[in-house]
Structure formats: C-alpha cells, structure tokens
Design a binder for this molecule. Sequence first.
Ligand code: BGC
Length: 780
Amino acid sequence: MITHRSYAVEPWSVRETELSLDVLAQSESVFALSNGHVGWRGNLDEGEPHGLPGSYLNGVYEVHPLPYAEAGYGYPESGQTVINVTNGKVLRLLVDDEPFDLRYGRLLSHERVLDLRRGVMERVCEWVSPAGTKVRVRATRMISLTQRSIGAIAYEVEPVDCQARVVIQSELVANEQLPQADGDPRAAMALQAPLEPEEDFASGHRLRLVHRTRRSGLRVAVAADHVVSGPERTSTSSESHPDLARLTVAAVLEAGQTLRVEKLVAHGWSGTRSLPAMSDQVDAALAAAAHGGWSGLVAEQCAYLDDFWARADVEVDGDEEIQQAVRFALFHVLQAGARAEERAIPAKGLTGSGYDGHAFWDTEMFVLPLLTYTSPDAVAEALRWRHSTLPAARERAAQLGLGGAAFPWRTIEGQEGSAYWPAGTAAFHVNADIAHAVVRYVAGTGDEDFERDTGLELLVETARLWRSLGHHDHRGTFHIDGVTGPDEYSAVADDNTYTNLMARANLLAAADAVERHPKEAELLGADDEESAAWRDAAEAMNIPYNAELRVHEQSAGFTRYQRWDFAGTRADQYPLMLHFPYFDLYRKQVVKQADLVLAMYTCGAEFDDEHIARNFAYYEPLTVRDSSLSACVQAVIAAQAGHLRLAYDYAAEAALMDLADLEHNTRDGLHIASLAGTWMALVTGFGGTRRKGETLQFSPRLPEKFSRLAFTLQFRGSLLRVEITQQNATYTLLSGPALTVCHHGEDVPLRPDAPAVRAVPPPRHLPAPEQPPHRSPGAH
Ligand code: BGC
C-alpha cells in the first residue's frame, strides 16, 4: 500500500541502514530524542551535514511581532516561536587533519538504530577519509527520562587498519546558523541568533554557556562534563567564547585502538532565576548525572522503559509494519509528554520547529487519551499546565467581551498566538476539549484531589465561556454562533455540531463538579444558580440535523452548501489550502478533517448505530484529510460502522505518517497527534474501547490482516489486558481492584487471575463509502 520506506521494519526498533541526504531532515525528526523537557533532533554528532539543527527546551521561546496589513481589535500583537537553544550534542571529529564529514571521502557504511525498548539511539559507521584513513565511529545517544535535564552521548572512534591522529572536539554551540524556512506557513519562522551571551566557562573537562533570549528574557544554561578514555598520552584542553565552549581531545591511535568520550549535558532555563543560580543548577544536574555515570543513565533508562512497556505496549500479529509503527508512536508520545511537567505538549513535541513549537487542541484530544490509559501522571501535569495559563485565558475572554476563560488556539506560554481569526480564536472548541480531557482523566483515574484543585476551575471557567458565547433564542433553543469547528475548511459557522455537543458535555460536567465540590466552587463564585443556567443551556443546545437526508449537519446549513468540485481537483492540488482561496473552501461542502465524524467518537452516546453509519457515509466523500489529525478518527468510526478494511487503511495512514513521510513535512517535526492517533485507531478502533462514565466498554473486531491485537490499559488503579483474535476477546485483570467491563453490550466481571473469554461477533456488511478522487487512504 505505502511503498517508500526509509527504515527497516523491525518490531522494537527503527533502523536506517544507509545515510541518504534526501531524507536527512526526516530522519532527524524520526530519530529525535526527548523527555518532554529537553529535545534533541537526530542531527549527526559532528553537526554537519544537517537538515535542521535542533535542540529545544520546552517553554523556551522568543516573541516576535505579528504583522497585519489591516489590524483589528483583539488581534494578538505578538507571537511566540520555539527557538533552537544551545546545542550540547556536537562532537566534531578530525582524522589525520581531515574533518570527518560524510559528504567527503568514502562512506562505507552508516547505520542508525532507534532502540524503542532501551530508549537510546545507536549509530555505527565506517568512513575512509579523502587521504585514505579508514575509521569506525560508534555513538550512542540518549535524553534521560529519569534525570530531566540530562542528555548524554558515548562517542568512540577507532582507526581500522592503520595508525591515525584523531581529534574530537566536544562542543556547546549557541546561535547556530539555521537554514532558511521554505515558505510553508506551517513551518517555524526560524529566528536567527536569538540568544544573547551572559557567561561562558571552560575548565578541565567542564563546559558551560549561559544565554538570555533578547525579547522574552528567558535565561538558558547548558553545561557539559566528560569522561575521556584513550591511549596513554591522550591530551585534552578546553576553552570558551561567548557562543562556543569546547573540550578538545587529541590522541594518536593504532589500528584497533579506541578513543572514547562520554559526554553528559545538563540543560536548564528560567524566566526568573539569576545567572549564578542557573549556572549552579546545571552544574548540580551534571554532578547528579556523573554520580552514576553513563552506565547508570543507561540502566535507569532501561528500567523506566521496561515499566512503561509493561503497562502500555500494543502487540499486533499479522502486520509487522503496524507493529513497528505503533511502538514508534507510543515511544514518541511518551517522549513528548513524560517529563513536560506543567509545560505544554507541542504539536511536534520537541522534535522540530514546525508550527513554531505551539501546542494546540491536539494535546487534549489526541495525545492525552493515550496517556490517560498508559501514563496518567503525565496527563495531570499537562492539564496543570493549562490551569497555570488561566490568567491569560481569562484576560483573553475579557478582551473578547466573554465570560470565563478563552484558551488560545495555539500557544507556548498561554497567550493566543494565532494571527488568523477563523482558524484561531474562533476555534473555541479547544475549551471544551480541555474540559473533556479533565473529565476523561478524572474518570480514568479517580483522582479526586486533582478534580478539586485543578479540574473544577477548568470546568467552571470553560462553562462560563460557553454560557456567554452562546444564547437562547426566542424559543429557548441554545445556539453557539460564529465558531470554527475542527474542520478548518468551514469557518465562523453557526452551531457546529462537534462544538455544541462538546460544549454541552462541558456545561454538564461543570455543573456536576460544582455539586460535588460546593465549598471549592463557592471560592470560584460558582453557585447553584449559575449551574442551573449551565444545565438549561446544555438541555436546550441546538444540534443541527437534516431530516430529509437523515444526517447530522456539520454546522447549521452545511448540507445546503454547494459541493466542492472534487472531480475537477487534481491530485497535486492537495492540500487544498495551499492551492485555493479560503473563502471558496469556506462556502462549499468540503471537509479538511474529521469534524462531525469526530463528534461521533467523542460524543458517541448521542448517535445511534444507524446515524453513525449514515453520517459516516455522507461525510466520507467530502473529507479530504488535509490534516494529519483526520485519518485516525476516520479509522475509529469506520471500524465502528463495520468497514474494517477501510478502517485498516486509515489506521495504516495514521501509523505511517512520519515513518513514510506521507505529508512530506516530517522534516519540520513529527506529527505527535497522528502518532497518538495510531494507538487510538488500534485500541479504540479495532479494540472498540469506549469509556462510559466509570466503565470501560469494548466492541472489538479485527481487520482481516490482523491475527491478534493485544493492549494494556490502566484504569482506576487496575491494569487490564485485552487480547483480541478474529474469534475471541480475552480480558485479564493484571493487577488492582476487580472491575466489570462490557463486551459488545454484555457485562463481564473481572477478578484477578481469571481471564474472561468472549466471542467476537461478525461485523455488519455495509457497502464501504467512497472518498473524494485521489483521497482514498493510501492513494497519495
Ligand atoms: C489542523 C489542526 C491542528 C493543527 C496542528 C492543523 O492542520 O487543522 O486541527 O490542531 O494542524 O496539528
């Protein structure tokens, strides 16, 4: 189905067997390492050649003015852009006077492996210098999941068949030169030289640079320490300059002798801490890492990941590509969220500067579902970050003349960073998405403290927003007009069904939470009267429906619009937003990404089977999937509607988005939502997993290609394993309190050590709906 693959298909790793400069930038994203706090792109150790050099610290950004030809009230004045911070991963190599640069000499072999089980990236290559000296280089790199500020590299060089003079320069480099952006609006505005030097230091094997961003005023400190092992008479020296600190290691090596440098790098940043405090912080982090050394870090990493895989792995028999892809996806989603700790989880994680490093609703609706059932602590942290941005969200709501809080469509720190109203602030659904994530987390964990301390206020402030944004008409019906739903090819529309259903759930959840926590609610000024108004609005919410076609409208009047001329649109005119004016997309029936179809997933109880099937059949021929957030959702609903083959194709598209670079922009960073969507497609699509209140329901059915699908979920303190074959589903309670799940409508009580086996009923056979020409999954 998808033919081009740059990487070998293996169950627990991603292996690149040769270095191709054509896919260098894609590989830098695929091989990116991160823990949610620090991110290193998979740049070559020597620094060059590169596609896009990238070292990121979550929350470090620079501000820039947002230019408008015609400014208007309430337009955000400045934007935030993630910056490339001091690069601590550079190790340059000189072999007999010649720089080890893979563009020169002869590269005999080059292999990189991302080891998903151990959480390290390994590289081995053999190179002959232009003068004929052959060397072997081995490097292993990691970003520690246990020591949040630490990245580490073990770098070894060995002449293969003759003596060689070898120099390794281990560096910290600030303000690296970046390639020019290519004009795709989704790529970051690369900010050149954003760091002002404050301190540089080098002594013995230790290096440190401290800088400050010019406008956002954030202080960034990066320090390195080294352990060098080489033959006798290996020499070292160090030096520092404002933007460069360097340890130079020189040795003469006989054939087969090795020079090894273990480099530990500590990162820190702060908007408030002083220069000496930041220097001390990174030095202390280095001391802690040096305590166990390289081998200690590797051992901790393995233990951390053993634990993760034991509770999160998804096994697929019958499809090696999907097996690899889902583990790759789980690994990267973990990396994006594991140690973000009250910081955003950006759309690209910390794997690239695409979308300026902003976080969107992707976090709450795509990433957090996976983390809720596999790493719930990370979800609490991510939602605490949203909570910490409430002051900015309240201010924004007030600026717009609204009540409560209006969370930004895209941001790093919490302020609205979208300069374009229709696809920005008008996408108010992000507020209900946040509320949805709160409800999901609390139901999935039973974490009442979180609900009281953090969740309640998020629910109350978002409910207030909906109440003030919508209105009751003369008949009492509640409308929310002039909003943009998930489909960005329909903007500023009235009564978007997804938004209204999600807002309804938000209003009710807030009212329920106020009832559960009256004391805390009182402190927020929320009382019974206000809750009653929320319930009234929820009750009276307009859900637009076309009774003639018997389908739900994506928004009021949507089915009346002219259909997009799909037959007249060429394959190379997708994504449409890069080839057609938005005004024309807005006034026609064409759907960028699952919108009504997403509503059927997130608010499934509102739709019966018949409507799921009919709505899906209606919206499929209109949906062009110009966003990577679509395929996974379509997979889930296709599976529910019984179109297992189609669901499989969508799942594969979500799964291979980055490994096969389906949207040709993996170079800018990974599509974290689509990666999380791979899990979603398998677990909630083929596993048919849904949460109803505090119960898990399953309606599993496998596509023909899978002989077995197994996954583990954490739910309310229990660890549950689900194993599905074409014939049966087996539910096993691995640990925790007994619980009752639901299998295709039947209650299944589960006790420890007593797996329950149930038969999988055959799917209904309906004709599969068609997609627009050139847009069926796998066709592009
Ligand atoms: C999608 C949005 C998404 C954003 C970031 C856009 O193309 O339409 O829904 O939030 O990308 O992933």
